[in-house]
Design a protein around this ligand. Sequence first.
Ligand SMILES: [Zn+2]
Length: 550
Amino acid sequence: MLFLMFLLASLQQGAVEPTADLVLINGKIWTVNEAQPQAEAVACLGGRIVAVGSSSEMRGWIRGGARVIDLKGRRVVPGFNDAHVHFYTGGAHLASVKLRDARSPDQFRERIRLFAAKLPKGRWITGGDWDHENWTPAQLPARAWIDAVTPHNPVFVNRLDGHMALANSLALKLAGIRRQSADPPGGAILRDAQGDPTGLLKDAAMEAVYRVIPPPSAEEIAGALRAAMRYAAENGVTSVQDMSASPDVLAVCQKLLAEGELTVRVYGYQPLATWQRQAAIGLRAGFGNEKLKTGGMKAFADGSLGSTTALFFEPYLDAPDTSGLPSEEMIPDSKLAGHILGADRAGLQVAVHAIGDRANHIVLGMFETAERQNGARDRRFRIEHAQHLRPQDVARFAKLGVIASMQPYHAIDDGRWAEKRIGPQRAKGSYAFRSLLEAGAVLAFGSDWYVAPMEPLMGIYAAVTRATLDDRHPGGWVPEQKIGVAEAIRGYTLGSAYASFDERIKGSIEPGRLADLAVLSDDILTIPQREIAKTRVMMTVFDGKVVFSR
Ligand SMILES: [Zn+2]
């Protein structure tokens, strides 16, 4: 950075000739910089952007050895920053059984059978990402569906939201879950008419199984991260904010960084309940460097809408005996409030998962209290998902400076069936992108991958069309909450950079920023919005180097 400032200063004095190592010309560059929103070309040097302007101006930066890319009129945007992913798990799921698009219980069983047949005895089958809303009736799977085809392999496959998972009988046995087992706080063991566990476990009840799955080796983690980085590069993602970066995953990221293999910037979040460990060594938000950093703490306030565990004020319409489950960390509320207060006082950044309107309301209140008690500072509290909001809580995001970290793809996925669960009134405050922006809140966009595809272009499509995946809402589900393409791009770039305290080094294309760029097949700012779903990333530039091209 010092070098760059020297270089820029020297240039102004005319002391040295402009030189770049990568120059992109003849493009349509959307900079997300209000002072210069559009340009044709950009010059980079040493992993930084050094100049932005017309093609003829940028040609002045080309010397021998510079790589010059003719964009041939293509649209360029800042590299996407996915503000909420589960990077290792996503990478691991790429190699596991694929149940996301299983359309019937038969397909569900058949895919597990085929996958198990190729595995050695005793090897666990995890991941899957199934969705019971994909078959009719939307019946939850049970271990009886798969026991016969998995006699030698323990199975624990999760619903795509990660808030419930199906264990086969072998996995239940290994985890010690039986008829007499009580539901743990914040979790549920589903049971059949005879009172026997069906194999489906919700939220905190899943822990008993996760505990007995052997941890992956460093080599397995590296393999999963490499697959995840490839997938990121194919989708123009140059930064990820990993909500479940375990110490093992961070250690492997560090190794990949040292070996020059890290092709995505990682901001790793640790569980909020472990905040004292970070505080004890003086680690604060932003610890690390431009490629790998930590200091964010993540907690859960509730479950998910799809698993009927998101916490609402009113009961679910299709399950009137429940209005959701507070997370284990919220039993009692004061436990979560205490963690927030302590971590914030230690200078760590706090992000809390809240989906139901009541969970959001409670967490906003805890943030308000923490700010009052710990005093004013640039803390950037985040609510992850902020999915269903009461109108009176929308404005509090702006007032309290709480970042709404949202995943637009969930809206076109959940939007297929959300109203049968929460009704039209609560739907009005669901994925309330427009209302939040109008209130003055910062939107940080992400995918929640593995829960949803890590494909920002699909996320942008979702935010601007709100056209549900089943095509039942071509004009948009809750259309008054649609936003514009430029606003959605901002959410995926500058908005998510702000959410990680990085808006001064990335999220826009301007001199001094990191040279992270995505070149698109079509101009998403001018094509019909329905076609954004078909747009692809043609090239990804990370740290001034091309890491993917189609
Ligand atoms: Zn998540």
